[in-house]
Ligand binder design. Structure first.
Ligand SMILES: CSCCC(=O)C(=O)COP(=O)(O)O
Ligand SMILES: [Zn+2]
Length: 315
């Protein structure tokens, strides 16, 4: 037996996990590609390529195991919190301020959900500043994973809307679950996402996010003005897929607004109207922006005002 192995064995028997205990490697080293410690680095790389976690910000946290409802179905009453040797109470968190596309499993923190104890704390690293926000999703919504992006689409909608983002009649709305029933939304329902104001430090967002979660029982996301978005789901797959749907909807809403279309308006004609060039009345309706929009869409308004003038001349 090598010296290293001997030392490890002794440590294992006698030492409780400490901040730099190599025995806690067991919590993050797994050949299972679906282990949270392998998924977080993989997903962070993907999110980096999408521009969601660049400049070290943003990331994803994953909780061990499967959705509770699925566990109940399988009736593993006593061992239900242990799946493939993994404890459902464990939450995996990336380090703070590191290049998120270059994380390795050994860099990860592991905390207990129930007591928020550090089971693993890699030396010289700090847990993500988003940790208490991820815990909001775990404790208030029984989430299995929570994503935080700094996507420009998310930031843009917070510049274009007040305290709520709203959109309807979009196919991708069907990819979003209702918080209360966990059912998927319908194409023609109104998706509403609360927007909270940013704070100087990420941790200080915790109570604002918690209030938004309480006030909006249907939401699975909270936007943070001039910052990004938090999205959670019962599993990492659902959190990822919903983040993709939300981001798509944010992007299309920004594009719609930029040409004067209201993403929250029920379409009156089918197919969706292109920018009208010969119907003065319809043009004027689109150009009639509400107070909030005027503040943030002066350029768009100007464009339409000019188009309307041009059309009046043409008539
Ligand atoms: C340029 S990142 C600013 C801080 C931030 O918004 C953030 O999400 C930080 O996350 P981290 O996991 O690096 O603490
Ligand atoms: Zn952030």
């Amino acid at each position: 037996m090598s010296v290293t192995k001997k030392v490890r064995t002794v440590r294992k028997r006698t030492a409780a996990p400490t901040d730099s205990d190599p025995d806690t490697d067991e919590l993050v080293l797994s050949s299972d590609p679906l282990h949270p410690a392998n998924l977080i680095p993989e997903l962070c790389k993907l999110f980096y390529s999408l521009g969601w976690v660049t400049g070290t910000g943003g990331g994803i946290s994953i909780r061990n195991g499967k959705d509770k409802s699925l566990q109940a179905l399988t009736c593993f009453l006593i061992i239900r919190s242990y799946e493939f040797g993994r404890n459902r109470d464990n939450v995996y968190i990336a380090p703070s301020g590191v290049q998120k596309e270059r994380i390795s499993p050994r860099d990860l923190f592991v905390l207990t959900l129930s007591t928020r104890c550090n089971l693993r704390s890699p030396p010289s690293l700090k847990p993500s500043a988003c940790t208490p926000l991820f815990f909001n999703a775990y404790t208030m919504r029984q989430a299995g994973a929570c994503v935080h992006t700094h996507s420009q689409n998310a930031v843009m909608v917070t510049l274009l809307y007040g305290d709520q983002f709203k959109i309807t009649h979009q196919e991708m709305i069907k990819g979003i679950k209702k918080g209360s029933t966990n059912e998927n939304m319908m194409f023609d329902e109104m998706l509403v996402v609360p927007i909270v104001e940013n704070t100087l430090f990420e941790e200080e967002l915790t109570s604002r996010m918690a209030k938004a979660i309480e006030d909006y029982p249907e939401t699975n996301a909270v936007l943070v003005r001039r910052h990004g978005v938090y999205v959670w789901g019962k599993t990492w797959e659902k959190a990822k897929a919903m983040t993709e749907c939300y981001d798509y909807l944010f992007e299309i809403a920004v594009k719609m607004k930029s040409i004067g279309l209201d993403p929250a308006a029920k379409p009156t004609i089918s197919p969706s109207p292109t920018i009208p060039t010969h119907n003065l009345e319809r043009m004027q309706t689109i150009a009639r922006l509400d107070d909030r929009d005027i503040k943030i869409s002066e350029a768009v308004y100007e464009l339409y005002a000019r188009s309307v003038e041009f059309m009046i001349d043409e008539l």
